[in-house]
Design a protein around this ligand. Sequence first.
Ligand code: NDP
Length: 315
Amino acid sequence: MAEETRKVLIIGSGPAGYTAGIYSSRANLHPLIYEGGQPGGQLTQTTEIENFPGYPDGVQGPEMMQHLRDQAERFGAEVRSRMIVSVDFDKRPFVCIDDRGDVVKADTVIICTGASAKYLGLADEQKYQGLGVSACATCDGFFYRKKKVAVVGGGDTACEEALYLSTLASKVYMIVRKDYLRASDVMKKRVQERQNIEVLFNCNTRGLYGEDGVEGAKIVRFMGTDREEEFDLPIDGFFLAIGHRPNTEVFKGKIDLDAEGYIKVKSPTTATSVDGVFAAGDCADPIYRQAVSAAGTGCRAALDAEKYLMEHDEF
Ligand code: NDP
């Protein structure tokens, strides 16, 4: 069992984690980045990213994450393809244990563990990932101009995604499992007023079909009742909007989380309820969830950690 002590430990490797790595390595703090179970984060699941400033011709998600990683490493950040599985924030330095049982003691910790979109759990969602299945309309909607798409979910996110997609696609179906939209009244009204959005109530998705990509969804209406019927819905894109789950399990009971599990930060800083522990990116952001905003908070977390270390020069 190895043991080491670091000034800055960054847990997570999306745009927030790598940006925190760039800033803290340039500040000579020799950060250690634990990449976690999905190195590079959610963006490695998308194809082309066209809304990250600085890429006028777009960039592939995995390529952009490699650029960010290279940039962090260039200034001395050490990247480790492993997970932190437990933390003790009562001790100083903080004690974090990885999936091999190695111990990292750290004067500051920056949590950038991101969030994961919820999926229905269909095998077809995996099969057509990047081939018509997406959980981010802002990222991928542009590829469905004048095409037909479906959005799964009846909450505010689903309405927002459907409204956004309706400005691009020729037709947007919302697949809603209940007989009402859970979304706020204002969102419901906007959806109802939008000509090219059709809400399919009481509907669940059984699967997807298509040769080289999504060509349609198999929908069941009134599932489990004597009125149950199945029909094919021809679509080119299938968007999940049934919520996100912050990846914060490991921090439960260690720092303050909100009711949904998002890390509470003392805005406008990235400070958490534990002095010396900071949070950036989607794990602390239920609202914006964009690569560029995650990178922005990663920068702020690194600057907050640096300031904290300067103010506590016993480290
Ligand atoms: P919600 O939990 O509010 O809604 C999730 C939706 O997905 C519900 O309609 C739910 O159905 C449906 N769903 C969940 N699991 C499944 C499943 N397995 N199969 C089919 N449908 C499923 O999540 P949101 O992401 O929409 O919103 C999260 C929070 O963020 C909310 O508080 C929301 O108000 C807020 N928000 C606010 C926005 C705004 O104000 N502009 C924008 C976006 C989010 P069911 O109703 O049957 O449970």
